[in-house]
Every structure is written in structure tokens, then in C-alpha cells.
Design a protein around this ligand. Structure first.
Ligand SMILES: [Zn+2]
Ligand SMILES: [Zn+2]
Length: 242
């Protein structure tokens, strides 16, 4: 499944479930416009989005009857399991960010809704800051106009919601313990790329995150797989946004 098709599948689920209300929340007058424009923006001009939406209709109790009443494919069933618990509000934000990653990513002018980071921090420090939830991390927040970098925490928080706080490699979730310990990892180091788009972020448990920072594996985007110098590999097994 290609990157755009994964995104389109998530968007298709959203439109199947939330229909007119969903289209309207994304800024479209009606479903037809939403299907046409979203297909165009996400980069697949054919009817893929609509077909996928139709496939989900059986599962989401849509008023439409679904894809000729055909049984849903394994992938569609799997996606439904992943996404069924996400609230309308959260899902709307997630889909917005999948559609417009650039618009919602780091912006020098958007200081109010984001936190600024000094440009001289190492990537490890930046990620530590981005992942830190407590105020102890503030000591590395430096009030400087020089090389200021800005990120939008909303993107990371929404990705964590999308994955229900599970690691995209091992699927571990601490949810049953009433805690969230997953972290955001930038595929291209944020310190170099300044890229905080959802396309550049994966959600990992602390173990896998630490491992990747210490061992510096190569990431293969096509295969969604890390290759280590030792020859070992680790694959992204849970993917709904890359
Ligand atoms: Zn993990
Ligand atoms: Zn990282």
C-alpha cells in the first residue's frame, strides 16, 4: 500500500463515518466536493477515495448500503478496528493534518500555538523537549530570536491519538495502565530538516526510540523498515499516516 493510499484510506473511513458533518468540518460544502477535492489534494485523482469510503459504509453503519453489500476486505476491517474509537473532534484534526501537513507544520509566525526551540540544540535535546510533558524541560527552552525553530505540538498529540498511544514498531501501549509513554521520533532529524510534518514523524515506545537514537539505523521509506549496521531490521508494523 502506497503512502497516499494509506492516507486516503484513513480519510475514506472518516467520510464514511462522519459523512456530511465531516465534509463540512473540513471546509467542504458537500460530500461530492469533499471527495473530489480530497482526492486531488492527497494526490490520487481517480475514484479510489470514493470506493474506499463505500467499502467502509457497511462497518460504519452509514445510511449508504456499502460497496454492493460486499464483505469488507481484511485491510478495511483492520483499519476499522484501529480507528473506531477516535472521537469526531480528534479525527477531524487528524484528517486536517493528513491533508495539509505543510500548512499546519512549523511556521515561524505561529509562535502562539507552538513552542520555540533554540537552533543550537542537538537533535536529542530537541526531541527530549518535544516529548517532555513536564515543565522540567523548560531549562532547554531558550528565549532567543536567533535561529528560532518552531514546532506545533498538535501534530504529535494527534498522531498519538491516531495510534491510541501504541508504538508503531512493537504496538506496545501503556493505555491499560492509565498512562501514555509513547514518544515522537523524527525520521529526518528535526535539527537538520526542521520538518515537523506528520510525514516525518513516527510514534514509538521509549525502548524503540532509545534504540534508534543509539544505533542510528537507516530508514527505508518504501519498505517502512529500519536497517541496523548489525544486519538486523525493524519494521513499522502499524501504519496509518506514512
Ligand atoms: Zn516499541
Ligand atoms: Zn527520535
Amino acid at each position: 500500500m502506497t503512502e497516499q493510499n494509506v492516507k486516503l484510506t484513513v480519510i475514506a473511513y472518516y467520510l464514511s463515518k462522519f459523512d456530511v458533518q465531516g465534509a463540512s468540518s473540513l471546509g467542504y460544502e458537500n460530500i461530492t466536493t469533499a471527495l473530489r477535492e480530497l482526492s486531488r489534494i492527497v494526490g490520487n485523482g481517480n475514484s479510489y477515495l470514493k470506493l474506499r469510503r463505500d467499502e467502509f459504509d457497511v462497518l460504519t453503519n452509514s445510511h449508504r448500503r456499502g460497496y454492493a453489500n460486499r464483505d469488507a476486505s481484511k485491510y478495511v476491517l483492520w483499519m476499522h478496528e484501529q480507528l473506531k474509537g477516535i472521537s469526531f473532534t480528534d479525527f477531524t484534526e487528524i484528517v486536517s493534518q493528513l491533508i495539509y501537513p505543510a500548512k499546519l507544520s512549523a511556521s515561524e509566525h505561529d509562535i502562539n500555538s507552538a513552542e520555540s526551540i533554540d537552533g543550537n540544540l542537538s537533535n536529542n535535546e530537541i526531541e527530549a523537549l518535544i516529548n517532555a510533558k513536564d515543565s522540567n524541560s523548560k531549562y532547554i527552552l531558550i528565549q532567543s530570536e536567533q535561529k528560532r525553530r518552531v514546532y506545533n505540538r498538535g501534530i504529535i498529540e494527534n498522531l498519538k491519538k491516531l495510534y491510541e498511544n501504541r508504538c508503531q514498531i512493537c504496538n506496545f501501549s501503556s493505555k491499560e495502565f492509565g498512562a501514555s509513554i509513547v514518544e515522537a521520533h523524527h525520521i529526518l532529524p528535526f535539527s537538520d530538516s526542521q520538518n515537523n510534518d506528520s510525514d516525518n514523524i513516527i510514534i514509538l515506545c521509549p525502548n524503540h526510540h532509545r534504540l534508534i537514537h543509539q544505533a542510528h539505523p537507516e530508514f527505508n521509506r518504501e519498505q517502512l523498515k529500519f536497517s541496523f549496521l548489525s544486519g538486523a531490521t525493524l519494521a513499522i508494523t502499524l501504519n496509518m499516516h506514512l
